[in-house]
Design a protein around this ligand. Structure first.
Ligand SMILES: NC(=O)c1ccc[n+]([C@@H]2O[C@H](COP(=O)([O-])OP(=O)(O)OC[C@H]3O[C@@H](n4cnc5c(N)ncnc54)[C@H](OP(=O)(O)O)[C@@H]3O)[C@@H](O)[C@H]2O)c1
Length: 286
């Protein structure tokens, strides 16, 4: 049986441990507050006496606590267990703390994996779930089976923690763009006396249209092919100007539509009026 240790048995760590137990892994667990281990021990896990003992018990230890900094602080005092061990930190965190953790592990002879879990605990173990990881490729190859048990669509994107945190920021910003769009949309409706229930009921239509936005994005940005748009940047600019004018004329805070308008008008001044709206990616990086 493949041995895996889990440190941190909060909502996510407990789900990771339970999933591995269900898939016949030999699971050792440790949590700062011991009571959280009780149901997992009842389900077949072994409780380690310390974080150090948990690491000693398995070739790979998955850590899922508060963030990379807390993982570093937890592991730093530990001596003598590191040779041949892999630590996979699935706690959330920034690239500075991830880099510090990676340096610490490598200088002690351990292998690192850092990952982000793109799911709630209820998604752990599903075929559609993604855990995105960085590691030395050989480390990923050795442990991919464990990570893919936890999330069937898990993937490896190279060695650099900064790539992972950038990808997290990108995916989070994508979702938040939609959330902030709804928030500003509510403001303009409220000011105009449109019941927010009416607005809320119409949002699923926008969600369907977002699929087309995604298709345009995927068909244009990866290959930097911004020619022959179905709707040009100039067409979007006209609609964005109308929306901004509505926000302003009824006294709604308009920072978000103003930002959109500023970006497209700057790009059009630089000659991109007949390109895809997504050409902004290239234009704004200049
Ligand atoms: N829940 C989600 O939907 C989700 C999704 C994706 C990623 N994540 C990430 O997964 C990580 C854990 O999230 P969670 O939802 O499981 O949180 P949680 O339910 O609040 O559990 C936090 C866990 O971390 C432990 N912990 C915190 N600080 C610690 C420290 N300094 N030393 C040792 N253990 C410490 C806690 O131990 P005690 O029991 O002793 O307090 C507890 O086991 C976070 O980084 C989170 O961002 C969570």
């Amino acid at each position: 049986m493949t041995q895996v240790s889990i440190i941190g048995l909060g909502a996510m760590g407990a789900a990771l441990a339970a999933c591995l137990l269900e898939n016949d892994y030999e699971v050792t667990v440790w949590n700062r507050s011991r009571e959280k281990a009780v149901p997992l021990v009842a389900a077949g896990a072994t409780l380690a006496a310390s974080a150090e003992d948990a690491i000693a018990a398995s070739p790979i230890t998955i850590v899922c606590i508060k963030n990379h900094l807390e993982t570093f602080r937890l592991l730093e005092p530990i001596k003598d267990v590191w040779q041949g061990k892999t630590i996979c930190d699935l706690s959330t965190g920034d690239s500075v703390d991830a880099d510090r953790l990676v340096s610490f592990l490598q200088s002690n002879g351990a292998d690192y994996m850092i990952g982000i879990i793109n799911a709630y605990p209820s998604g752990i173990g599903k075929d559609s779930t993604t855990i995105i990881t960085v590691a030395v490729e050989e480390t990923w190859t050795r442990h991919a089976g464990v990570i893919k048990t936890l999330g069937g669509r898990s993937t490896y994107i190279g060695t650099e923690p900064s790539a992972l945190t950038a990808l997290f920021a990108a995916l989070f910003t994508t979702r938040q763009g939609f959330m902030f769009g709804m928030i500003y949309g509510a403001l303009v409706c409220e000011k105009a006396g449109v019941p927010l229930q009416v607005f809320s009921d119409q949002i699923p239509v926008s969600i369907e249209m977002n699929n087309n936005y995604y298709k345009t994005f995927a068909a244009t940005v990866p290959d930097a092919n911004y020619d022959n748009p179905e709707a040009s940047m100039a067409t979007y600019a006209a609609a964005l100007d109308d929306a901004l004018s509505t926000f302003k004329s009824n006294g709604t805070p308009a920072e978000l539509p103003q930002l959109f308008c500023d970006m497209v008008h700057k790009a059009m001044k630089d000659g991109l009026a007949e390109k895809q709206l997504t050409a902004l990616v290239q234009h704004m990086l200049k």
